[in-house]
Design a protein around this ligand. Structure first.
Ligand code: ADP
Ligand code: SR1
Ligand code: MG
Length: 413
């Protein structure tokens, strides 16, 4: 089928035309579509049986950035990278991503399990919903996917061959520009920010040692292909079901189109930073001081659980590493410290770009009134700087925890 942009009507015909759909839907019944797109890049539809129980999720790459329109062209190859990475994640971490159903290169479509009971976790976290296994689940996802695609598990030949399938140049270039360059330099750029943050941003952009560290982080992002990363692991890329009778939610990672071989700490740093962005924004979202402190304590616990689960499971897996080199005493300790340092640095960049770059987050943008948003923005920028400066001195997660939380805990004391 030649490429055409799907809409509510044509997506039903499209699904009916696919042989793989018969295993997922009753194609003799009538089907209906609903658009659920809410991300920056793609069109997403749910196609379900009218009056039936089953549905599929159809995600289509448009020839441009969805939120910007045709003025920001983007190739459709991102759908191929999402298909390849989702297949690998599903094999490495079954149950932690949607099940892939089919990939259609010509139509830039990925069809997958429709998590129709789940919700993206960003808004619930802002509202104070507590998913007690969030950190542990994301840590386990990262240990499985990052270790499983590393030299430690695969050996150099297989890892290099796999990396060759993930030359995701276009979306990497987007991250290099939007996360690791533009927020740190004056115009021309695509930054948007509150005018009252201009002074804090000027200071940041004049901090020469900071710019040197960011340049090093950017260079590592571009050259250090340690493992197959998710590449965009923020809280908009995680969905959770309502809790069952025992309070347990099913948690899944979605949206891996930015996948590429990069430094493992990038995925960890982005996720940790998004929990910090939520914690800072509680200044404007929590109804009272005790609730705010409780929500922040919860987020802090999830961050620790994420790192500790990742580290513990990564170490465990590395006992069976393919080469004796990787099992040398001390090697894995040093390696994991380097991942923690990278995570600290990338977390700092994420805090800054989500506050003063092109793509913000709801947590921060929805803080009212604006005067309070300015205070939260200053805190995001200050912590971003502190993390980038302090990352190279991190030895243990406790060091990261102290750096990340010392300022915000004073507010709750
Ligand atoms: P984008 O690449 O544009 O960011 P996403 O993959 O984040 O798109 O998907 C956009 C939205 O579609 C998500 O925020 C979520 O609400 C919904 N969605 C994505 N994947 C699924 C899925 N497998 N099941 C149910 N809903 C999904
Ligand atoms: C122009 S795309 C902006 C952001 O959306 C994606 O989800 C990535 O985070 C990207 O940086
Ligand atoms: Mg996306």
């Amino acid at each position: 089928m030649d490429y055409h942009i799907l809409d509510l009507r044509s997506v039903v015909n499209y699904v009916t035309s696919r042989p793989e759909a018969a295993a997922r839907l009753d194609l003799t019944s009538s089907l209906e579509a609903q658009e659920v797109s809410d991300g920056n890049l793609n069109a997403v539809f749910r196609v379900r049986e009218v009056g039936g129980a089953r549905s599929v999720l159809i995600k289509q790459g448009l020839p441009y950035l969805r939120v910007a329109g045709e003025g920001w062209p983007l190739s459709r190859e991102r759908a191929d990278f999402e298909a390849r990475s989702l297949a690998r994640q599903h094999a490495a971490a079954p149950g932690l991503v949607p099940e892939p159903y089919w990939h259609d290169h010509d139509m830039a479509v990925n069809a997958m399990e429709d998590l129709h009971l789940h919700a993206v976790i960003r808004a619930p976290l802002i509202a104070g919903v507590r998913l007690e296994t969030l950190g542990e689940t994301i840590g386990a996802f990262l240990a499985a996917t990052l270790y499983g695609s590393s030299d430690f598990a695969l050996g150099g030949v297989a890892r290099t061959r796999l990396a060759a399938q993930f030359q995701n140049v276009e979306l990497c270039e987007l991250t290099e520009a939007l996360v690791l360059t533009e927020p740190f330099y004056p115009p021309p750029n695509r930054n948007t920010y509150l005018p009252a943050l201009q002074g804090a941003l000027d200071d940041l952009q004049a901090d020469a040692p900071l710019l040197t560290r960011v340049a090093a982080l950017k260079h590592r992002f571009m050259t250090c292909g340690q493992a197959l990363l998710h590449g965009d692991l923020h809280t908009g890329s995680v969905m959770a079901s309502p809790p069952d009778a025992r309070g347990h939610s099913d948690i899944r990672v979605i949206d891996s189109e930015f996948a590429f071989f990069g430094p493992m700490g990038f995925d960890l740093g982005l996720f940790l930073a998004n929990l910090l962005l939520c914690a800072h924004a509680q200044a404007g979202h929590a109804p009272d001081t005790a609730e705010r402190a409780g929500r922040r304590a919860y987020l802090r616990r999830q961050m620790r659980a994420c790192w500790e689960t990742f580290e513990g499971q990564f170490r465990e897996r590395s006992q069976g590493a393919i080469s004796a080199s990787w099992r040398e005493p001390g090697f894995m300790d040093d390696f994991l410290v380097s991942v923690l340092r990278d995570a600290g640095g990338y977390a700092g960049c994420e805090l800054i770009r989500r506050t003063a770059g092109f793509a913000h987050v709801l947590d921060f943008d929805s803080v009212e009134p604006e005067t309070l948003r300015v205070q939260v923005g200053r805190r995001n920028l200050a912590l971003g700087r502190a993390l980038i400066h302090g990352a190279s001195g991190l030895e243990h997660y406790d060091d990261f925890d102290a750096l990340a939380w010392s300022d915000v805990l004073k507010e709750d004391a």
